[in-house]
Design a protein around this ligand. Structure first.
Ligand code: DP6
Length: 327
């Protein structure tokens, strides 16, 4: 059978996905909005081979846990079912960023796997179907399939919950600066976090407001209105973390450094440097800024001690097939 390699970006959500109405199908409680990150990605090569007795999965630079391997094999089973094949697969995958730090490795990982494995199994799926497939691996992965700025439509069934591009990557030259505060893996995975979130008394309040927020932020992105866009982004991240902190048990993903950076961003904004932060299920902070502010933002970052790494990304394209095979 043929060998296929795909490259997929991570994405940063401006309106976050937190809480599911269907665990198994990964149907979200609300829609979400994101941007692909051109400098944070996964490359994955897949080949189905009838001589293999098991799926052989290798992640460059990391030892995969057996639970993770099983998740990948179950994902491959879905594809084998659709393609009506039984062959096991050889898979090699490589991230250009540290795993389990709140940088969304599951998003780029399952998006790249969906594209490579579907094609390697002989399927020729349109973008919508690939997004649905990626979602079944990890919810946020569905947003790493289409180009640029993306909306995940909540939907009420597997076939109606998928992501589509709302603006191409060339629409707006804003930047995401991911500040890596810690490389340690988080103790509570986001998958479990989604379930615990249902216990938070703040959950309903956040969800009730989201349709309105999604409408407003789409308008702001369309108008390239950075102030409105940034305020909604920052406020939704804080809303999501309020839900996390009031879950049972409480999920506090921040570290002291996380808060120090958030405060610095606010202080500098008060002094005229307009940037906003957003934070996923981890301690790392994403600074969102305009291209014209990059030098000043870099100087601001230099005043923060103890940062492990920064990754500067621009709006990125969606998942795609490439010829750079890993084996
Ligand atoms: C905080 O997509 O990792 O990054 O569907 O269980 O795999 P599963 O969860 P996942 O959740 C990501 C949550 C988030 C917010 C976001 O990216 O929207």
């Amino acid at each position: 059978m043929i060998k296929v390699t795909a490259k997929a970006p991570a994405n940063i959500a401006f309106i976050k996905y937190w809480g599911k109405k269907d665990e198994a199908l990964k149907l979200p409680l609300a829609g979400s909005i994101s941007m692909n990150l051109d400098n944070i990605y996964t490359v994955t090569t897949v080949e189905f081979n009838r001589r293999l007795t098991d799926d052989r999965i290798e992640m460059v630079g990391t030892k995969m846990k057996s639970g993770e391997k099983q998740k990948v094999s179950e994902f491959l089973d879905r594809i084998r079912n659709i393609a009506k094949i039984t062959d096991k697969a050889r898979i090699k995958t490589k991230n250009n960023f540290p795993k389990g730090t709140g940088v969304a490795s599951s998003a780029s990982g399952f998006a790249a796997l969906a594209v490579a494995a579907a094609k390697a199994a002989g399927l020729n799926l349109p973008e919508k179907e690939l997004s649905i497939l990626a979602r079944l691996g990890s919810g946020s992965a569905c947003r790493s399939i289409p180009d640029g700025f993306v909306e995940w439509l909540e939907g009420n069934s597997s076939q109606t919950s998928y992501a589509k591009s709302i603006f191409p990557k060339t629409h707006w030259n804003i930047l995401d600066i991911t500040i890596i505060v810690s490389r340690k893996e988080k103790k509570i995975s986001s998958s479990l976090g989604h379930t615990l979130a249902l216990e938070s008394p703040f959950m309903a309040a956040r969800i009730n407001d989201l349709d309105q927020k999604i409408k407003k932020i789409k308008q702001a992105i369309g108008d390239r209105d950075f102030t409105t866009f940034g305020n909604i982004t920052e406020s939704d991240a804080l809303n999501m973390h309020a839900v996390m902190m009031t879950s049972n048990p409480a999920l506090i993903y921040w570290q002291p450094k996380t808060v120090e950076i958030m405060k610095k961003i606010i202080d500098y904004r008060d002094m005229g440097l307009e940037t906003y932060f957003t934070i996923d299920a981890g301690p790392n902070v994403h600074i969102i800024c305009q291209e014209k502010s990059l030098l000043k933002v870099k100087s601001m970052i230099l005043t923060i001690k103890g940062i492990k790494q920064i990754i500067i990304s621009r709006p990125g394209k969606g998942a795609e097939v490439t010829e750079n095979h890993l084996f």
